[in-house]
Design a protein around this ligand. Sequence first.
Ligand SMILES: Cc1cc2nc3c(=O)[nH]c(=O)nc-3n(C[C@H](O)[C@H](O)[C@H](O)COP(=O)(O)OP(=O)(O)OC[C@H]3O[C@@H](n4cnc5c(N)ncnc54)[C@H](O)[C@@H]3O)c2cc1C
Length: 434
Amino acid sequence: MWDFSTEPDFQKKLDWMADFVRDECEPLDTLFPHGGDPYDVTNEASRAILRPLQERVKGQGLWACHLGPDLGGPGYGQLKLGLMNEIIGRSYWAPTVFGTAAPDTGNAEIIAMFGTEEQKQRYLQPLLDGRIVSSFSMTEPQAGADPKEFTCRAWQDGDEWVIDGEKWFSSNARYAEFLIVMAVTDPDASPYRRMSMLIVPTGTPGVEILRNVSVLGERDDLDEGIHGYIRYNEVRVPLDAMLGGPGEGFAVAQARLGGGRVHHAMRTVGLCSRALDMMAERALSRRTQGELLGSKQSVQHMLADSKIQLDQFRLLVLHTAWIIDTKPHGSARSSIAMCKVQMSRVMHDIIQRAVHLHGSLGVTSELPLASWWASVPQLALADGPTEVHQGTIAKELLKTYTATTELFPTEHSPTRLAAARRKHADTLASHGLP
Ligand SMILES: Cc1cc2nc3c(=O)[nH]c(=O)nc-3n(C[C@H](O)[C@H](O)[C@H](O)COP(=O)(O)OP(=O)(O)OC[C@H]3O[C@@H](n4cnc5c(N)ncnc54)[C@H](O)[C@@H]3O)c2cc1C
C-alpha cells in the first residue's frame, strides 16, 4: 500500500513547529547570523533567548527527535523526522533550538552506541541536554575523502594513549567541550582495521588549534571561522578514552555518517522550500514592462523547474527515510548516497534561480540568499564528496545485475529478432513469413 498522507495528530505538531520556527527561530538567524553563533555556549545573550525556546520545544515533546526513547527522544522514526526536519531546515538556528544540530547529533549517537557507562555519564547526557557542544576530528590536511590515507597516530604508553598528528576542518572545535579523534592505532593492520576513535577533552595539554578556518561567504580574516585546523602534540588521554574497541574507528565513523547525510538532506528540502517561497512572493510582487514578473514565461519556467526538482528530491528523501524505518539495516545505503549527491545539485539550481529572480537585491547581504548560495559547495563536500557517493550508488546498482556471456548485448536487435523468429517459426511459416 502506498500512502502519502500525514496522521492528523502528527500534522498538528508539524503546524506548531512551522509557526514556532518562523516566529521564534528565524529571528535568531538575523540577530546572531555568524556560522558559529548557535554553538557558542559562552554567548550569554544568545543563550538567554535560546534556553526558554528549548524548554518550549521540550514541553511539546519535540526535543532531540532523532533519538529513541532510551535516550530521551520521542523516537518518531526517520519518516516523521523527515517531515520535521523539512521545517527545522528553514532556519539556521532551529536545529540547536530543537536539539538536532550536527555534529552533536552524530557524536551523541556513536557515544550511545559504542560508549562505556562512564563515557555516557560524562559526555552524552550534557550533550543531549544541549549544555555542551562537541566536535568530530577526522579529516586531515593531506587526506579527506579517503580515510585510508590518514596519518594522525595514537600509540599506547603505559596506561595512556598518546595522539600525535594534524586534523583539518574539525567543525566547532573552538566551542567544543570534547573532540572525537580518529587516529591510526595499528598501522600494520588491514586498511579498515588500522584506526580507532578517542575522546579528547578540548582542554587537554597538547591540543593546539592552529586556526579556525572560515568558508566561502564568511569573513575571510584568518581565525574567524568555525572549522578547526588542529595539531595534536603528543596529547595524552587515559586508555578508557577509546570509543569502541581498538581498530573499530571505521565502523564507528560509518555509524554516524549515514544518519547525518540523510538528516542534512531533509533540512535541505526545508531551505529550498523557503527559497521557493521567496521566488513566488517576488514573482507576485515585482512589476516590469507593465506586468508582474510571474506573468513572464521565463519566470514561470524558473518557478516550475524549481517546484519539480524540489518535489522529486523530497520524495527521494522521504522514501529513503521510509526504507530506514521499515527495511533491514543497510538497505538504504544506495538511497542515502542518492540523497547526498542530489542535495547539493537541487540546492544549487533552486538557490541560483532565487538569487537571479531577486536581481541586485538577491546578491546582497540584505537577503539570506547569498549566504545560502555560498554554502552550496559545502553540501557537495561535507560527509564525503559527490564522486564517492556516486561510486557507492553505481556499485550497489551493479550488484543487482549480471554480465552477458554472449558476444552482443542482451538488447541487440538482430539477435532478438532471430530469437523471436525461432520462437514463432511455425506461425510465421504458415503465413509465408521468414
Ligand atoms: C562545511 C564542512 C564541514 C565539515 N566538517 C567536518 C568535521 O566536522 N569533521 C571532519 O573531520 N571533517 C569535516 N569536513 C571535511 C569533509 O569530511 C571533507 O571535506 C570531505 O571528506 C572531503 O575531503 P577533502 O576536503 O580533503 O577533499 P579531497 O578528499 O581532497 O577531495 C577533493 C575532490 O577530489 C575528488 N575526489 C575525491 N575522492 C574521489 C573519488 N573516490 N573518486 C573521484 N573523485 C574523488 C572530488 O572531486 C573531491 O571533491 C567538513 C567539510 C565541510 C565542507
